[in-house]
Design a protein around this ligand. Structure first.
Ligand SMILES: C[S@@+](CC[C@H](N)C(=O)[O-])C[C@H]1O[C@@H](n2cnc3c(N)ncnc32)[C@H](O)[C@@H]1O
Length: 238
């Protein structure tokens, strides 16, 4: 089974936000995402608290499910590795990496208190230890200088073209701050334009691997997903 969803009674999800509207609570669901059911390894699942409001970071986007599956399939790269997830939202890929033994920092927009609080609750729900950090692309808070990830993850972070340059600035900084590191991203090519390829050249980056998402997704997981989704591994140009 890939993921199952259930509507959660409001008082089943602990909320420290006294201002939360009853209607917000009613829209809260928990989805469960399974990994390893088709392998010899012990399977596990990750539960995600989602809220169907107009907030991009409170929903598990298809790119996130695909990147999480790729992390699982590439699990030997993650044990004991330092990982930062950018624009993590509900953070399924980063949580899978943490389950595989990576040292994970989950980040999202510093202004997005609701998203950051939600991901902390998701960590507690799954009893997974991750650091959670506000990190806005293109903004140089002191905390970013301490990050030296070997793997940077980003699912569906290329959706607003006006933020692409800021995102690439942050990615390039992290790649330079941690020699030999790689940015693994899944993106939904909604417009069909090639802005990302152009910006990679501009920022001195290159694509080390490019996959059609549906080439590695098991069919029982792919059947619920649609769209032109690609996975790229991006590194500094030597
Ligand atoms: C489409 S959602 C994807 C969320 C999650 N990665 C997923 O795939 O389910 C985009 C995420 O990027 C975050 N984001 C948008 N602009 C950002 C910025 N300037 N700095 C940091 N995070 C940003 C949003 O808060 C949101 O969580």
């Amino acid at each position: 089974m890939d993921s199952v969803k259930c509507l959660v009674p409001a008082n089943d999800v602990d909320s420290s936000d006294d201002d939360e509207e009853p209607s917000d609570q009613l829209m809260t669901t928990i989805s469960r995402h399974s990994f390893g059911e088709d392998s010899d390894e012990p399977p596990f699942s990750v539960s995600i608290i989602e809220n169907m409001k107009e907030e991009y970071g409170l929903f598990v986007w298809p790119c996130s499910k695909i990147l999480a599956e790729y992390v699982w399939q590439q699990r030997s790269r993650f044990s004991g590795t330092s990982v930062v997830e950018l624009g993590a939202g509900t953070a399924l890929p980063g949580l899978v990496a943490a389950k595989l033994g990576a040292d994970v920092t989950l980040t999202d927009n510093s202004d997005g208190v609701e998203v950051l609080d939600n991901v902390k609750r998701v960590c507690e729900l799954n009893k997974i230890k991750c650091k959670v950090l506000g990190l806005t692309w293109g903004v140089w808070d002191a905390s970013i200088f301490n990050l030296q990830p070997k793997i940077i993850l980003g699912a569906d972070v290329f959706y607003d073209a006006s933020a692409f340059d800021d995102l690439f600035a942050t990615v390039t900084f992290l790649l330079q701050n941690s020699p030999g590191s790689v940015f693994i991203t899944t993106y939904h090519n909604r417009s069909g334009n090639h802005l990302i390829e152009f910006l990679m050249v501009k920022w001195g980056l290159k694509c080390a691997k490019l996959l059609d998402a549906f080439s590695f997704m098991p069919s029982y997981k792919a059947s619920g997903l649609s769209g032109n989704i690609q996975l790229a591994e991006i590194v500094l140009k030597a």
